[in-house]
Design a protein. Sequence first.
Length: 182
Amino acid sequence: MCSRRELPGNPADREARYIEAAVDGVLVTSIYLPNGNPQPGPKFDYKLAWFERLLVHALSLTYSGYPVVLAGDYNVVPTDDDIYAIRSYANNALLQPSTRAAYRRLLAQGWLDALRALHPEERVYTFWDYLRNSWSRDAGLRIDHLLLSESVRPRLVAAGVDKHVRGRDNASDHAPVWIELS
């Protein structure tokens, strides 16, 4: 059952970037955080403002005690280990210090990055640009994340990326990211 179709905090924002639904006793969100390019500029400002709203809402979800999965395209590369090379993306909104800091603030609320928790040392990518033969060179980025609330964390059994899907004809530049809960 769908419980929310928009991120609270700005009733004038009509972009379809957030939805949440209860599924088998777990609140699952689908997040499409703004890309923010080019930066600096209005698109980047919107990204940071949207992230601030997400931080407020996510904190209310943590206080609820309800099992929650914050899933989606965050358009954030959390660390240098989550990207094949830094130089070509140095000015990209996905890697800016303020963007990364907002993601760290989200984790500091108690959210667990499921992929990183189960694959702490691996280079795991979820996105490969269509340009510069990124897919064939495995020149990817990790920008899709599944964050777990404290109450659902003990149920995490597995997490991964169906990387092979990205190699199909006419595939999205993102590969499906998944978790398994007990």
